[in-house]
Design a binder for this molecule. Structure first.
Ligand SMILES: NC(=O)c1ccc[n+]([C@@H]2O[C@H](COP(=O)([O-])OP(=O)(O)OC[C@H]3O[C@@H](n4cnc5c(N)ncnc54)[C@H](OP(=O)(O)O)[C@@H]3O)[C@@H](O)[C@H]2O)c1
Length: 252
């Protein structure tokens, strides 16, 4: 993933997405990001490296904003690169709530928009705009929660399960595309802080996440981003559509 690679990373303002963008810029890729906030550290890194970075600002939980973001992305995508990588990483675990309390339809809709709808629309823009002759790869950042039911996360689990199945269709329709829906494991980001701050009544599994944190068992975003990018660059990438980076013994 180096020179002549164009990479698009959603949710690069912090967390795992920021680590992806940093490492891609370091490797010399041109990077386009999409999130509500831009990231000054990425801008500094890009200018220090002389790397090309465009930070597009969009609220991907709103359908009208998703559509305009896809348009901006298509317009921003250079057409002369030999490799194109899309990392659909932006996501939310909210609303955290047992199924019998899910009355706030707007919060459910925002989660589906961000975790599923935006992925579909941004991916459509990528498929139409990145030249078919190039090496094209997509990573959909999923979660173990899409495969294992977790009380308190009915919305999060449903969005990631939808993302997983959508990714299988994407692979079915595009035999030349390398794509996977990849769970990253438990990563030390703001999302984990949000989970640890949940009321136990809404999230019965809270103690497990408090313990993982206390015992220092959260992976750093940098190490997970590094392992995922190595996996994505390898020839085996895309052989497993529903995958988990913890299945691979890759040094970070
Ligand atoms: N951390 C974990 O343990 C873990 C485990 C399994 C899966 N994951 C998955 O990994 C991915 C990254 O998570 P993370 O832990 O890095 O989370 P994070 O630290 O909360 O970062 C989330 C990113 O998504 C962006 N985002 C959130 N709402 C958005 C919106 N409305 N419009 C546009 N962008 C938005 C945020 O940017 P702005 O706020 O600037 O918009 C931010 O850059 C997610 O898909 C998550 O489900 C994480």
């Amino acid at each position: 993933m180096s020179e002549s690679t164009v990479a698009i990373v959603t949710g690069a303002s912090r967390g795992l997405g920021e680590a992806f963008a940093e490492q891609l810029l370091d490797a010399g890729a041109s990077v386009i990001t999409l999130a509500r906030n831009s990231n000054p550290r990425l801008a500094e890194l890009a200018s220090a490296k002389g790397a090309r970075l465009q930070q597009l600002q969009a609220d991907l939980s709103q359908t009208s904003s998703i559509e305009s973001a896809a348009g901006l992305l298509s317009a921003a995508l250079p057409t002369d690169a030999s490799r194109y990588l899309l990392i659909n990483n932006a996501g939310t675990v909210d609303p955290i709530c047992l199924a019998d309390g899910l009355f706030d339809a707007d919060s459910i809709e925002r989660a589906f928009n961000l975790n599923v709808v935006a992925v579909m629309v941004v991916t459509a823009a990528f498929l139409r705009s990145a030249p078919k002759a190039a090496d094209r790869r997509i990573v959909n950042i999923s979660s173990g929660a899409g495969r294992k039911p977790t009380a308190g996360w009915p919305v999060y689990c449903a969005t990631k399960a939808a993302l997983d199945h959508y990714t299988r269709v994407l692979a079915e329709e595009n035999p030349d595309l390398r794509v996977a829906s990849l769970a990253p494991g438990v990563v030390d980001t703001a999302m984990q802080e949000r989970i640890r701050g949940t009321d136990r009544r809404h999230f019965p599994d809270l103690d497990r996440f408090l313990q993982l944190h206390e015992q220092g068992q959260l992976a750093s975003p940098q190490s997970i981003a590094s392992r995922i990018l190595q996996h994505v660059a390898s020839d085996r990438y895309g052989h497993e559509i529903l995958d988990d980076i913890r299945n691979y013994d890759i040094p970070s």
